[in-house]
Design a protein around this ligand. Structure first.
Ligand SMILES: *Cc1c(COP(=O)(O)O)cnc(C)c1O
Length: 390
């Protein structure tokens, strides 16, 4: 095996024989795409999160897109998200013809800074350029301070989509499950293989608003309806359908839903295991020149990522040196995230400096965190990291 090949990745899926059987059974059945299993998956997911509706789609990117459309985002509108996120949290605004802008992080939580948000909203209100939608991201799985964010959103009449791609199985500070939409209009999950649970590719949008749910159902499947109540003309016959919106083909397959149904019940156990691993990292990395990630109590993180920051005051090693040493030692470290506002594509649209996110980016390093990481592998990661920092 080549030296640069990672033997312990930073994240990976967890697939059991039961998962494989569930998917194989779909292949022997009558329905391959969006059928009864997608409906069951949506029902189970909504129940798991204590939300009323779940709309399953082919990715979280698609879910973010139809969530924005359902909230009426269009040309001339603004969508704000946190800069410490994956590109998709911002691109969804541009898909709708709107513009994206970015909020800095809180250096302690690594989530959207409520202080920066409050100042920017006050400024935007006086300039009459308020965002239509705000997309907080539960970074690494740690829920944002949703109570504060929801209060600001109410005050300024801004709608909220939670990007909970990292956070299934997490709980807000009030103890209730992420995804219950108590603090938002819509919550989005990703089931990409590197996330907490997977459907291969896949995502979902949850909401407690039946109109938003119906609108997203139409948008994921061409804007087509067979419901006479939604039609503008009398039916031509039993074959008749109408297009009532410009929708897309964002359907989830039955294979994906079967995998999701098989994975979902294991999420609480997996998140518990992630917390046990994080506890070991917290205690065994404490003496190294690192800033360890926030655990965020009383909120309960989904712990998708475990991100350390190289403490420049206590080591001469740079993040690049540590990154390369870890990769050479077979540890698949990564960097989450390059602040989206610094991407050339967004730089052309908005120039601003967000100093906390930029400083964080220079130091951050994601180390392996997934439920099937063994105690031995965890020890290897710790030993290699200590060596890389020497
Ligand atoms: C992974 C991810 C997405 C996109 O998810 P896909 O399912 O791959 O489209 C969006 N936002 C965040 C924060 C993510 O981590």
């Amino acid at each position: 095996m080549s030296k640069s090949m990672a033997t312990i990745p930073y994240g990976r899926q967890n697939i059991s024989d039961a998962d494989i059987e569930a998917v194989a059974a779909v292949l022997r059945s009558d329905f391959l795409t969006q059928g009864p299993l997608v409906l069951s998956f949506e029902r189970e997911l909504a129940r798991f999160c204590d939300a009323t509706h779940a709309v399953a789609v082919n990715s979280a990117t698609s879910a973010l897109h139809i969530a924005c459309l359902a909230l009426g985002v269009g040309s001339g509108d603004l969508v704000w998200t946190c800069t410490n996120t994956f590109l998709a949290s911002a691109n969804c605004a541009l898909y709708c013809g709107a513009e994206a802008d970015f909020i800095d992080i809180d250096a302690a939580t690594l989530n959207m800074s409520v202080v920066d948000l409050e100042q920017r909203l006050a400024m935007a209100a006086s300039g009459r350029r308020l965002p239509k939608v705000l997309i907080p991201v539960h970074f690494g799985g740690l829920p944002c301070d949703m109570e504060a964010i929801a209060a600001l959103a109410r005050k300024y009449n801004v709608r909220v989509i939670e990007d909970a791609s990292h956070a299934i199985g997490g709980r807000y500070a009030d103890g209730s499950p992420v995804g219950n939409c108590r603090y938002s209009d819509i919550t989005v999950f990703s089931f990409h293989p590197v996330k907490i649970m997977t459907t291969g590719e896949g995502g979902a949008a949850l909401t407690n608003d039946s109109q938003l749910a119906r609108s997203m159902e139409l948008l994921r499947a061409h804007g087509m309806t067979r419901d006479v109540g939604e039609m503008t003309r009398p039916s031509d016959g039993p074959w008749y359908y109408e297009q009532v919106a410009l929708g897309y083909n964002y359907r989830m397959t039955e294979l994906q839903a079967a995998l999701g149904l098989s994975q979902l019940p294991k999420v609480p156990h997996w998140v518990q295991r992630r917390h046990a691993l994080a506890g070991q990292y917290d205690s065994q990395l404490a003496t190294l020149p690192l800033v360890l990630p926030p655990r965020g109590e009383p909120a309960y993180s989904g712990l998708h990522l475990y991100v350390v920051q190289i403490d420049e005051n206590r080591t001469t090693r740079t993040r690049a040196q540590v990154f390369e040493a870890m990769r050479a030692a077979g540890i698949g470290v990564n960097v989450h995230y390059i602040p989206v506002h610094t991407q050339p594509y967004f730089r052309r649209r908005v120039q601003r400096s967000l100093p906390h996110a930029e400083a964080y980016y220079r130091r951050c390093l994601t180390i392996p965190m997934y439920a099937s990481l063994t105690d031995d592998e965890l020890r290897t990661v710790i030993v290699r990291l200590a060596e890389a920092l020497q």
